[in-house]
Design a protein around this ligand. Structure first.
Ligand code: NIG
Ligand code: FE
Length: 441
């Protein structure tokens, strides 16, 4: 059944400002339902509502969605039965499906070298924590990142952001966290900003100075917490280098007390919050995220009942990162099926990083979410678009093709969105549009 056409007020009043019109869309997934919008991120059955339209058109003006609906209705409404004016660029989608660009709400895109050596060691039997204890893991990337220039990190990040765009991602969150000094955290955030500017990727930047206790502070953790709260976060907030603060909240990294100190300070400085929570142990990270009104609690592999209840009753989005479980060769995925059924707002992210998840392709993350966590294809799409936008505070601009939002969308190479998670490993993207303009070849 087709959803009704939707227009911005200006477009409703008559063809105002349409510069691009996508026609012949076999299946348009707007992921937009006006009556669900005010309720916050999607939960339960609302996670399956894709706002589908067959035989659709999508009108764009000045980079924003102006109208969506059946092609006949959109064209009739915009031009009152007259021909499409010659100034409008018409793009023929060839009967294929169109979905919103993916929002990847959790990545560590700025780093130097990759860590395939550790991948091999894990396959031969060492664990992630054993490798970390031997100076590998995050510490290895910190040592490497500190030797790199901002220009070098930018160049590497540009390549990765371009690759993400080829896989349909149009908005990405990027964290610092491999610097762990004032200068190196700033260097990472500046590199992320430059790489985003060069690729026109839409980004949300997050300071993750609390990713690990750096080796030089092992004997004096409190001093590193003070460096974060008294120097790094104030500078980041003052200079607008990031809009959020993240922390690796785990018994072996930052404990709950330290997490409260760091996150409260960040909140006082005007930064929004997100937490790496309950990844290795059920530890109260999700409960803390809900209590502090964080944008999201991420990972949640070991989340317990208290954490699930806290998230269900809050606006904090549960961001699940099944690519890490897959990459680390583990078996315990986060209880996504139960969390959706209970009413948690679930989103998906790649967690793209050199250690626990070198996957940056959101279609593959959706495939893993479907086969390993029993999300349906529709739920996985909402989790990778609209709920992911909520998870990074971009729900007003991204994540769905609602009139007024950015015209960031993907024309698939097939006529059914379910092909995206179904064909794991295949890139289902035919073309990517950012602000109504095609960005890939
Ligand atoms: O999200 N959990 C902590 N940090 C990353 C791993 C980073 C790394 O191994 O370099 C994660 O999985
Ligand atoms: Fe992470």
């Amino acid at each position: 059944m087709n959803n009704p056409a939707r227009f911005t007020e200006e477009a409703w009043a008559g063809a105002a400002g349409v510069d691009t019109l996508i026609v012949n869309i076999g299946q348009l997934c707007t992921v937009h339902e006006p009556e669900l919008e005010a309720a916050g991120p999607r939960r339960r059955a609302a996670m399956s509502e894709l706002g589908l339209v067959a035989g659709a058109a999508l009108a764009v003006g000045q980079g924003r969605v102006l109208a969506t609906g059946s092609e006949a209705e959109v064209v009739a409404r915009l031009w009152n039965g007259a021909a499409i004016p010659p100034g409008v660029a018409v793009v023929d989608a060839g009967g294929r499906a169109v979905i919103p660009g993916f929002v990847d709400p959790h990545t560590h895109t700025v780093f130097g070298r990759t860590r395939q050596d550790e991948f091999e060691r894990r396959i031969k039997g060492e664990t992630y924590l054993e490798i970390a204890a031997a100076g590998g893991g995050i510490h290895a990337s910190v040592a490497d990142t500190r030797t790199r220039t901002e220009a070098d990190l930018t160049r590497l990040a540009v390549t990765r952001l371009r690759e993400m765009q080829q896989w349909g991602t149009t908005t990405v969150e990027i964290k610092s966290g491999y610097g762990l000094t004032l200068a190196d955290e700033v260097k990472m955030l500046r590199a992320a900003r430059s790489a985003a500017d060069q690729t026109r990727m839409r980004t949300v930047l997050t300071c993750l100075a609390a990713h690990e206790i750096p080796a030089e502070f092992r004997e004096d953790r409190a001093a590193y917490v003070r460096l974060i709260t008294e120097e790094i976060l104030p500078l980041v907030a003052r200079e607008g280098l990031a809009e959020r603060c993240d922390i690796f909240c785990e018994p072996s990294v930052f404990n709950l007390e330290e997490s409260v100190v760091i996150l409260s300070r960040a909140r006082d400085l005007g930064l929004r919050l997100t937490i790496h929570a309950d990844e290795l142990e059920a530890f109260g990270g999700a409960v803390l995220a809900a209590r502090l009104g964080a944008d999201s609690a991420d990972h949640l592999i070991r989340i317990d009942q208290a954490g699930r209840e806290a998230l269900r009753g809050s606006g904090t989005v549960a961001v699940l990162l099944p690519g890490t479980v897959f990459t680390l060769g583990l078996t315990g995925y986060a209880p996504a099926r139960e969390m959706v059924d209970e009413g948690c707002a679930v989103a998906l992210a790649s967690d793209f990083n050199p250690g626990s998840c070198p996957i940056l392709a959101m279609p593959l993350i959706m495939a893993i979410a479907c086969t390993q966590m029993r999300l349906t294809p529709a739920e996985s799409l909402v989790a990778a678009t609209l709920n992911a936008a909520w998870a990074v505070g971009r729900q007003r601009e991204a994540g769905s093709l609602a009139p007024g939002k950015w015209a960031d969308f993907v024309i698939l190479d097939g006529d059914d969105y379910r092909l995206v998670p179904y064909r794991a490993g295949h890139n289902p993207v035919a073309s990517v549009f950012l602000g109504g303009q095609k960005i890939n070849a």
